[in-house]
Design a binder for this molecule. Structure first.
Ligand code: ZN
Length: 242
């Protein structure tokens, strides 16, 4: 099965649509790794669009925050503003959809977790040390995560050390013998100094994997955010990718 692997849409419809156009005809199912809402101006629209497509999905920390499932003291002032705005904006249908999402899924050779297999909603896997610990917390060969908004591969070597790789775009590689933790990056709020929406394509039979980036109309999302009086830092960061 050909899979569109996406994460951290964060209510950015223009970015989500650009990914769907770019990957059109190349996948049968979406694996969405969480954070559908929070930060962006289109929580209901993004939820409706995802629900129209054949998909499985996880909940992320922002989805949990919107549902009042976690302590907001860990969020900065701008993120809190966006969460409060999202709580006031989402429909009952969106809320119900978010409420039913699981935190972890296992699909064949792949464990899917929003943040990490150790702490599916919380932990940031930003370095090889944290990745090394997390290899003990899943049993499949591969694990897919989002949450950091930074595309990366962590490969566990035969001696259990971990090597990080920055992905190359537009090049298909085959997942091999080594166990891997892979992050496809963020659709709606990239943080690796590249403002283009990030996603990946996976063939679960051949294990072919490709990271991609696609430009989208950032100004369209920003205009809606300004209209809703969202904090300037949240508006500006989209064009810089941080
Ligand atoms: Zn996120």
């Amino acid at each position: 099965m050909r899979v569109l692997v996406i994460s951290d849409i964060h209510a950015n419809l223009a970015a989500f649509e650009a990914v769907l156009v770019d990957a059109k005809g190349e996948w049968e199912k979406i694996w969405f790794l969480g954070d559908l809402v929070g930060y962006g101006p289109d929580p209901n629209e993004c939820t409706e669009l995802l629900r129209e497509l054949d998909h499985i999905a996880l909940s992320g920390n922002h989805d949990w925050a919107v549902l009042n499932r976690l302590d907001m003291s860990t969020f900065n002032a701008e993120a809190k503003y966006a969460i409060n705005w999202t709580q006031e904006t989402i429909s009952e249908e969106t809320r119900r959809y978010l409420d039913a999402l699981p935190s972890v899924l296992v699909e064949g050779l792949f464990t899917l977790a929003h943040a990490s297999p150790r702490q599916p909603v919380w932990e940031y896997i930003l370095d090889p040390f944290t990745a090394a610990i997390n290899f003990e917390f899943f049993t499949t060969p591969y694990c897919l995560v989002g949450h950091t908004h930074v595309p990366v591969w962590f490969e566990q070597t035969a001696d259990k050390s971990v090597i990080p790789y920055v992905p190359q775009y537009g090049r298909t590689v085959t997942l091999g013998e080594s166990r891997l933790i892979i992050n496809p990056g963020s659709v709606g709020q990239p943080r690796d100094a590249d403002p283009r929406a990030a996603y990946a394509l996976l063939d679960t039979e051949t294990l072919a994997w490709e990271h991609r980036r696609v430009t989208y109309e950032i100004s369209k999302t920003q205009a809606k955010m300004r209209q809703h009086k969202m904090p300037g830092r949240l508006v500006n960061r989209l064009e810089y990718g941080w």
